[in-house]
Design a binder for this molecule. Structure first.
Ligand code: TYD
Length: 211
């Protein structure tokens, strides 16, 4: 693996199996003895975790798309400043379970609000992160009905998981459009395959790109 640490993000709709993949990837990094930090959005630092609590709990429509987007970005800024940037500076690879693409997919494509555009979210990204971006983004793509069935077997859904199927279908299209717009950063993989197979695919992607 290259000396310079990389920033990798995993994205996808609810029930795509990200958490399992993150766990498997963490074991892989540990086995390879690669210094790394695994983190998660919303949250990932003390300040960001506080914002997470209000973001994922409560009524589905407690904020409009603008307030919700600003809260995700406030939490992201704290995550970057307090966790991600210091870890990279200390030579650690950082793997984040969700990052900025989730805001575009959920708050813009998913909510379909007329109040906020992709361009405005791009400006917000620039304010919060400057030119910094993930070196690789892996998007787990799943049929939303399959994803939601998995979520419902897990029990209580959070605010976003409780949204209608149509919302999750828009999310899927959103992630695909994001990937098409930045093919050098994003790779979409079929999350309907068994976890072991997905893990091998993800490791191969990382090794091919950074070895
Ligand atoms: P979480 O419990 O972390 O679930 P997951 O394992 O799916 O990541 O819940 C986070 C929820 O917040 C998830 O449904 C996606 C949503 N979300 C957004 O709507 N916008 C964002 O920018 C981020 C990071 C997450």
């Amino acid at each position: 693996m290259q000396e310079l640490p990389k920033f990798i993000t995993l994205e996808g709709g609810d029930g795509a199996g990200k958490s399992t993949q993150i766990q498997m990837l963490k074991s892989y990094f540990e086995k390879q003895k690669i210094p790394c930090l695994f983190t998660k959005e919303p949250g990932g630092s003390v300040g960001a975790d506080e914002i997470r609590q209000i973001l994922i709990n409560g009524q589905l429509n407690k904020w409009d798309a603008v307030s919700e987007t600003l809260l995700f970005y406030a939490s992201r800024r704290a995550h970057l400043v307090d966790t991600i940037w210091p870890a990279l500076k200390a030579g650690k690879w950082v793997v984040s379970d969700r990052f900025a693409d989730s805001t575009l997919a959920y708050q813009v494509y998913g909510r379909q609000s007329k109040l906020i555009t992709k361009e405005q979210v791009a400006d917000l990204y620039h304010l919060v992160a400057g030119d910094f971006k993930p070196d690789l983004t892996i998007i787990l793509d799943i049929d939303p009905q399959v994803g939601l069935n998995r979520v419902s077997r897990r029990g209580q859904a959070d605010r976003f998981e409780a949204s209608a199927l149509a919302f999750h279908e828009r999310l899927r299209e959103g992630f695909k459009e994001i990937a098409a717009a930045e093919p050098e950063r994003c790779v979409v993989i079929n999350a309907d395959n068994p976890p072991e197979m997905l893990h091998r695919e993800i490791v191969r992607l990382i090794e091919d790109r950074f070895s």
